[in-house]
Design a protein around this ligand. Structure first.
Ligand SMILES: Nc1ncnc2c1ncn2[C@@H]1O[C@H](COP(=O)(O)OP(=O)(O)OP(=O)(O)O)[C@@H](O)[C@H]1O
Ligand SMILES: [Mg+2]
Length: 406
């Protein structure tokens, strides 16, 4: 009997489809899709059945569509998806159909940055001091406690949207007001963390990490958000076995345990302060974006998409991973707004780094400028040497130039 795996994929974006393709080739799986728009072209036949919904972010729509699939095919075996914005809704659907997998309380801890920080703090893990700001008294109290700068963000944000550094009490009040801070809609304020920013990924089963990976953000996401011309890079060093990463490894393991994830992938962001102390930024219970899923596979010479499916469908890990490469992504963008007008330096870049390029997606002339620090395109490079990958990334961002119509 095939197992009914319901994959909620709101739109057939390429990043999502890589995981859907992995689910489609998994053994003994009947792949059932739920989403707003089904895939077309070569991906059209991946699902054995697909139910369209009006609002793929609504738990109600996800549950109703899954009920349609249940009537047609029988009880779901797993209900899965990769997007941060639907993690809690997926868990609610699992609870509704009594399907194994991350429960709503756990999904909520990973989704809500205030609850997450409270749980990590209770477990004795280092996180930024934080406070939910509803109005002036909260703002005043927290400012007295941590001072400035401070970071403001929505408690369940993603993609760095509406994440601001504020430098004074006046700026804090203005930003909190602009974000609509109120009793019903509190804004999360955090002590400003200084230092270098990294990520830590795991494939975990039965609550423990089985495969691990680290990436380095250059510069930090916030610097990329604040300086829209910066071409952000993310680099996975080849060797992560050293003692310099022991602290991060321990934090990741303890965070997974504290929040209660069983089977799946985690993506933790962490900082190394100038005094070398470590602190957790946040942790997600899903495959990471910003090419980090792709790069984790490339660094270990494995298929990360299949590894995630094994974890969330079978509760299995096929390892251990052996890190064979350093990998990096350069995200392409430039100063300006409007639409992409031109990309220069492509030829020179290829002359210099072409032989290391594993994947590239160049900005499309005429496309609207992306709002994200992931820019309008990217180049992924790989080499056994971390130093070589660093140099390649530097060459790419110094050579490629994106310009816009405005
Ligand atoms: N307390 C803080 N101190 C310093 N920088 C911070 C702090 N909180 C967030 N940042 C910066 O802002 C970025 C975005 O913040 P955060 O990760 O909380 O938002 P997000 O919406 O989940 O973003 P993403 O989806 O890109 O991870 C972080 O990667 C980090 O660079
Ligand atoms: Mg983040």
């Amino acid at each position: 009997m095939p197992r009914n795996v319901v994959f909620v994929a709101p739109f057939p974006a390429e990043v999502t489809m890589r995981f859907v393709r992995a689910a489609a080739r998994a053994p003994d799986v009947r792949l059932l899709g739920v989403g707003h728009t089904p895939p077309s072209g070569a991906d059209a036949r991946l699902y054995d059945d697909f139910v369209r919904v009006t609002d793929p972010l609504s738990a109600r729509d996800i549950i109703d569509a899954t009920e349609v699939l249940r009537r047609r095919h029988g009880q779901p075996y797993r209900i899965i998806g990769i997007l941060e914005s639907i993690m809690v809704q997926l868990a609610q659907a699992r609870a509704h159909f009594k399907v194994p997998g991350t429960p709503p309380e756990v999904a909520e801890l990973f989704r809500d940055k205030a609850k997450m920080k409270a749980a990590l703090r209770t477990a004795g893990l280092p996180v930024a001091r934080s406070r939910l700001i509803r109005g002036e008294p909260d703002a005043r109290g927290f400012a007295d406690e941590v001072g400035f700068p401070m970071v403001l963000k929505p408690p369940a944000g993603m993609g760095g949207k509406s994440t601001y550094r504020v430098g004074s009490y006046e700026e804090l009040l203005r930003a909190a007001k602009g974000m609509g801070a109120s009793d019903a809609n509190p804004v999360l304020a955090e002590e400003f963390l200084r230092g270098r920013e990294f990520s830590f990924e795991t494939i975990s089963t039965r609550g423990a990490p089985r495969g691990e990976s680290i990436s380095h953000y250059l510069p930090s996401c916030l610097e990329a958000i604040e300086n829209p011309w910066i071409q952000w890079t993310c680099m996975l060093p080849r060797d992560i076995s050293g003692a310099e990463y022991d602290g991060a490894r321990a934090m990741s393991r303890a965070a997974i345990k504290a929040l209660g994830l069983d089977d799946g992938m985690t993506h933790m962001e962490w900082f190394q302060r100038p005094d070398e102390s470590l602190v957790i930024g946040e942790i997600a219970q899903r495959p990471p974006g910003a090419n980090i899923s792709l790069m984790t596979g490339l660094a270990n010479d494995i298929n990360l998409y299949d590894a995630w499916i094994s974890a969330v469908v079978d509760g299995e890990f096929h390892g251990p991973w052996q890190r064979k490469y350093a990998v990096g992504s350069a995200f392409l963008r430039g100063m300006g707004h409007g639409r992409v007008a031109s990309v220069t330096g492509i030829h020179e870049t290829w002359e210099a780094v072409g032989k290391w390029v594993v994947e590239a997606n160049l900005p499309t002339v005429g496309a609207p400028r992306s709002e994200s620090y992931e820019g309008d395109g990217y180049v992924v490079v790989r080499d056994p040497s971390t130093e070589v990958v660093k140099r390649l990334l530097k060459t790419i961002i110094e050579t490629m130039r994106v310009s816009y119509t405005g």
